[in-house]
Ligand binder design. Structure first.
Ligand code: ZN
Length: 395
């Protein structure tokens, strides 16, 4: 670990799969004669995270030994903790033109060459088994399971050579790679950093949890996820505006870095909490906030499953320290934000609103009470609701 670095990447070395200018020409030449695979937005965001080292130590899509070990045991074949399969699925028809020991050209949705995959293995897999183990359900209405069932029946694994990090035209100033967030932390002299994962708009309870964590570390990485989410989640651009007004008004600028995580949501609850923590370790975080029902959806996971799963891992091997938080709220008797760990009062003394209540208030143009949402954040959300009458797909 170099001086000034917060924490080494998972596995010890931050991966970078982007080839230089000259090798890129050779890769383009090579790709011309290769079978092409068209990536969907979800797989493309995996290529991006692989390319920039967000998934270190992975250097490509999983081969069979890693895949089986991760699905069955939440560790890579070499023994490192890893909880989610990172795979490239193709149809049986596509698989016919792909040979082990050969290579495949990976293209984005516009048909542009993104990367070349050296195909080490081509193998079949059991989707229902993966669903039951990784998602703890084989229910096809679970959004992560639905995406798994919709993908091809053959997996191809091997290392990637990436031509360029996939281009985006949104959130450009916030698209820091793990190397860049690490440099940002070093420039601020931070030795400890807490990461906060979110796919939801930020209310005072989140702010409270973030600030509790900030009291014991040097800085905060706010790392909202901007890859694919469910269509009824609040769009990423709106969530980002909420963070901007919150930081401008309520956070010391030299204690926060706001950046985006290009990953897609898998909604795998407990397993995804581990995955989110390891990805943030690669971005340079030493600590990671795990709230109630982290990365959950519907009623598939118990409220504290995403916290309890950390007990199944060797803390040294994980490396990043989870900070577990309870339900928090504004309590009128405490006259401040608190949680069930710190407030002795009854539910009637607490300002609490359900997600549905908040949504109904916002669509009606009504700001939630200031004890629940900062007025600046409420305004962003109300404005967004007025602009978009119907739920909108996340950008
Ligand atoms: Zn209280």
């Amino acid at each position: 670990m170099a001086t000034g670095e917060t924490i080494a990447a998972h596995g010890g070395r931050l991966i970078n799969l982007v080839v230089g200018e000259h090798p890129a020409q050779a890769v383009r030449e090579q790709a011309r004669s290769l079978p092409a695979i068209r990536l969907n937005s979800r797989t493309l965001s995996d290529v991006e995270l692989l390319a920039i080292g967000g998934y270190s130590p992975l250097d490509g899509f999983m081969t069979q030994a890693d895949y089986r070990s991760v699905v069955n045991d939440m560790h890579l074949a070499n023994g490192l903790p890893w909880s989610m399969p990172i795979t490239l699925a193709v149809s049986e028809q596509e698989a016919r033109s792909i040979t082990e020991g050969g290579a495949a050209a990976l293209e984005n949705e516009a048909g542009q060459l993104v990367a070349v995959l050296e195909v080490r293995e081509k193998f079949s897999y059991d989707k229902q088994d993966e669903a039951r183990k990784a998602y703890r359900t084989d229910d096809e209405t679970h959004p992560g399971v639905a995406a798994l069932y919709a993908q091809g029946d053959v997996l191809i694994g091997g290392p990637l050579k990436v031509l360029d990090v996939p281009a985006h035209d949104d959130f450009q100033r916030y698209r820091l790679t793990p190397a860049q967030t690490r440099a940002a932390f070093a420039a601020r002299g931070w030795r400890t950093v807490v990461g906060f994962q979110t796919r939801n708009p930020v209310h005072r309870a989140h702010e409270y949890i973030q600030k509790c964590a900030m009291e014991i570390v040097d800085g905060l990485l706010l790392h909202p996820l901007v890859g694919d989410t469910k269509s009824d989640d609040i769009p990423a651009d709106v969530r980002m505006r909420c963070y901007e007004v919150l930081i401008d008004n309520y956070y010391p600028a030299d204690r926060v870095v706001l950046s985006v995580n290009p990953a897609a949501m898998r909604y795998a609850g407990p397993r995804e909490a581990i995955f989110h923590a390891l990805v943030r370790k690669n971005y340079g975080c030493t600590h990671f906030i795990v709230g109630r029902d982290h990365a959950g959806v519907g009623n598939y996971y118990g409220t504290f499953d995403a916290q309890l799963i950390f007990n199944e891992f060797d803390p040294q091997a994980l490396g990043i320290t989870p900070l577990m938080f309870e339900h928090s709220f504004f309590c009128k008797k405490c006259d401040g934000l608190a949680s069930v760990k710190t407030c002795p009062h009854s539910p009637e003394d607490r300002v609490s609103l359900s997600g549905t209540q908040v949504r109904n208030m916002l669509t009606g143009g009504i700001a939630p009470p200031p004890e629940f949402s900062r007025p600046e954040v409420a305004k962003v959300l109300i404005d967004a609701m007025q602009e978009r009458v119907t739920p909108h797909h996340a950008i």
